[in-house]
Design a protein around this ligand. Structure first.
Ligand code: ADP
Ligand code: PAZ
Ligand code: K
Length: 232
C-alpha cells in the first residue's frame, strides 16, 4: 500500500493507494506496517510532513519526493528553470496528460492560489498563470481597504454585484473565469479539455460546460510520477 502526501499552502492531504484505488487516510492513525512506500510533494509549510517522514523512517519505509523535470514520458515542461514550477502544477499536468492522452487541456488547480496551466495535444506544457485564490482575492481587498467588507454567507456567483459582498465575491469569481477563458486562446484546438482540481475546483467547474472536476488530480499525479520516474 502506498501513502501519497500533498502539502499545499492551506493544508496537508494524504491518501492511501492500493490496487489502483484511492482510499482515505487518517494521518493520526496510519497503519505503517501496511505501507510499502511514501510518495510526497510539498509547496507549503513542511513541519507536519517532516513528522510523517520521520515516522516512515522509523518503520524503514522508502520515501520519494516528486520533482519537476524538463520531460517525463513525453510530457514537456514550459519552464526553463524547471525547479521553479510548483510541483503540484506539474503533478496535475502529469495526471491530465496520462488520463487524457493526445488531448489539449487547460488544468486549473484552485486552492490557496489558482493556477492555470496550458497543455497542448502533443504533450507540450505551454506555460500558465498564478492568480491569488478566491479567498486571497477577497481577503486582500478587505484587509487593504476601509470600506470593502465580506459576508461569510454570500456565495460566489457569476452576476453583477449590487452590494459590497456580492461585488467583492463575484469580482473574484469572474476575474478567475476570465483568466481561464484567456488560457483557451493559447490553444489552436477548439476541443480542449478543461480540468479542475483543488478546494474551489468544483465551484469553478460548475461555470464551464464540457469540463471535469477531479479532486484527486494531484494525488493521481503523485502515483503516476512515481511509476513513470521509476521507469525512466
Ligand atoms: N469544499 C472545500 N474543501 C476544501 N477547501 C475548500 C472547499 N471549498 C473552498 N475551499 C477553499 O479552497 C482552499 C483550499 O484548497 P486546497 O486545494 O486544499 O489548497 P492548497 O492546495 O493550497 O492547500 C481554501 O482557500 C479553502 O477555503
Ligand atoms: C502557485 C502555488 C503557490 C500553488 O500552490 P497551492 O495553491 O496549491 O498551495 C505553487 O504551485 C507554487 O508555489 N509554485 C511555485 C511558483 C511557480 O509555479 O512558478
Ligand atoms: K493551487
Amino acid at each position: 500500500m502506498r501513502l501519497l502526501i500533498d502539502v499545499g499552502n492551506t493544508s496537508l492531504k494524504a491518501v492511501l493507494w492500493e490496487n489502483g484505488q484511492i482510499q482515505p487516510c487518517d494521518i493520526n492513525n496510519i497503519s505503517w506496517q501496511q505501507i510499502t512506500v511514501v510518495i510526497y510533494a510539498c509547496v507549503g509549510r513542511s513541519e507536519l510532513l517532516k513528522q510523517l517522514l520521520a515516522q516512515a523512517k522509523t518503520h524503514n519505509i522508502d520515501c520519494f519526493e516528486a520533482t519537476v523535470s524538463s520531460e517525463l514520458s513525453g510530457l514537456r515542461c514550459a519552464y526553463q528553470q524547471v525547479g521553479n514550477l510548483g510541483i503540484d502544477r506539474w503533478l496535475a499536468l502529469i495526471s491530465g496528460y496520462t488520463l487524457y492522452p493526445n488531448t489539449a487541456a487547460i488544468v486549473v488547480d484552485a486552492g490557496t492560489a489558482t493556477t492555470i496551466d496550458v497543455l497542448n495535444n502533443d504533450g507540450q506544457h505551454l506555460g500558465g498563470w498564478i492568480l491569488p485564490g478566491l479567498d486571497l482575492m477577497t481577503s486582500s481587498l478587505t484587509q487593504n481597504t476601509q470600506r470593502v467588507f465580506d459576508d461569510a454567507n454570500t456565495p460566489f456567483a457569476n452576476e453583477l454585484g449590487k452590494n459590497t459582498p456580492n461585488g467583492l465575491k463575484n469580482g473574484a469569481l469572474v476575474a478567475t473565469m476570465g483568466a481561464i477563458e484567456q488560457a483557451r486562446l493559447h490553444l489552436k484546438t477548439k476541443n480542449s479539455l478543461l480540468i479542475f482540481a483543488g478546494g474551489y475546483g468544483q465551484l469553478l467547474q460548475g461555470y464551464f460546460s464540457q469540463s471535469i472536476f477531479d479532486p484527486m488530480l494531484v494525488m493521481k499525479g503523485l502515483n503516476y510520477w512515481y511509476e513513470l520516474a521509476k521507469k525512466s
